[in-house]
Design a binder for this molecule. Structure first.
Ligand code: GLU
Length: 295
């Protein structure tokens, strides 16, 4: 197989806790797909939250993955070592006039939404259930916005969704090789507008999940993004950023999630399913494969 057509897969955990069975499923699916297709397998550590993603947790995550039997290309990309790459992409978005400073705090947004809803109107929410950003002008006067700016108050940098969509000026799609929550598969329409003005960066962090994942998938030449179905809807935002920034389009494969006894997605706090604990209890890597349904 020529290098050009060689598929490139990645497993991209955010180690703000120990890896659990849900991570094992995703990592093994990516690793197996790379092996089966003669492709490459990369690990990327998504640790832009440098407070919660400690070096000890990163070290433990890599140790767990090695114990599972995975091998990967070195060096592992740690996002915390590449803020300059995301800042460069952010600057391009700013130069296109697609990013603005958003000063409303969470509680100001919450109060605004409550006021609208007591008036009997439903307030629009994104696929994760968070209210869409109302815009500073909905709550603050022009003087108040200018005063916050002048005082150096903290802000989020948000993508002006309407402007970004207008700039693209054509419908967006992505290739889904797995399936969405409703069984969606094949060439699917992307609808980033359901997210409103997403956060692209913050005053003290020149990136966000959406920006760094999009930049890195392109920089690392990822051809196949295989990840949990909880990120299915986020793909619309990633497709938009790819188009605006002129980045290549990978294909996507969203996979099933492992649920806990109450039907919720496994979380890092679900200590009973952490790979460390299972290993301490005597599980083998082969047992983990069986536990996640990949015997
Ligand atoms: N770092 C993200 C997570 O752990 C996954 C990002 C992705 O696969 O696109 O949820």
């Amino acid at each position: 197989m020529s290098l050009l057509s060689q598929p490139v897969f990645r497993f991209a955990p955010s180690p703000n806790g120990h890896l659990h069975l849900g991570h094992a499923l995703s990592a093994l699916l990516n690793f197996d797909a790379a092996q089966d297709s003669g492709g490459r397998f990369l690990i990327r550590i998504e640790d832009i939250d440098t407070v919660r993603c400690t070096s000890a947790l990163v070290r433990d995550a890599l140790e767990d993955l090695a114990w599972l039997g995975l091998t990967w290309e070195e060096p592992v990309r740690r996002q915390s070592e590449h803020f300059a790459d995301y800042a460069a992409a952010l600057l391009r978005l700013e130069e296109m006039g697609l990013v603005y400073r958003a000063f409303l705090t969470r509680s100001e947004i919450r109060d605004f939404v409550a006021r609208v809803e007591t008036g009997g109107r439903a307030y629009p929410r994104d696929p994760d259930g968070a209210p869409l950003y109302p815009g500073d002008e909905a709550v603050l006067s022009a003087d108040e916005i200018a005063a916050r700016d002048a005082a150096g108050e903290s802000f989020a940098l948000r993508l002006d969704m309407k402007k970004a969509l207008a700039r693209i000026g054509k419908p967006l799609f992505w290739m889904e090789e797995g399936s969405g929550p409703q069984g969606e598969t094949g060439r699917l329409p992307a609808d980033p507008s359901v997210w409103g003005d997403v956060v692209i960066a913050r005053k003290d962090t020149p990136t966000s999940y959406h920006l760094s994942v999009t930049v890195d998938d392109a920089l690392q030449g990822i051809t196949h993004v295989m990840r949990g179905r909880d990120l299915f809807q986020a793909t619309s935002v990633h497709r938009l950023l790819q188009e605006v920034l002129g980045l290549p389009e990978p294909c996507y494969h969203h996979h099933r999630l492992l649920l806990d006894h109450d039907g919720r997605k496994l979380s890092k706090s679900a200590r009973d399913t952490s790979l460390r604990d299972l290993r301490r209890q005597g599980c083998s890597a082969q047992d983990i494969r069986r536990l996640v349904g990949l015997a």
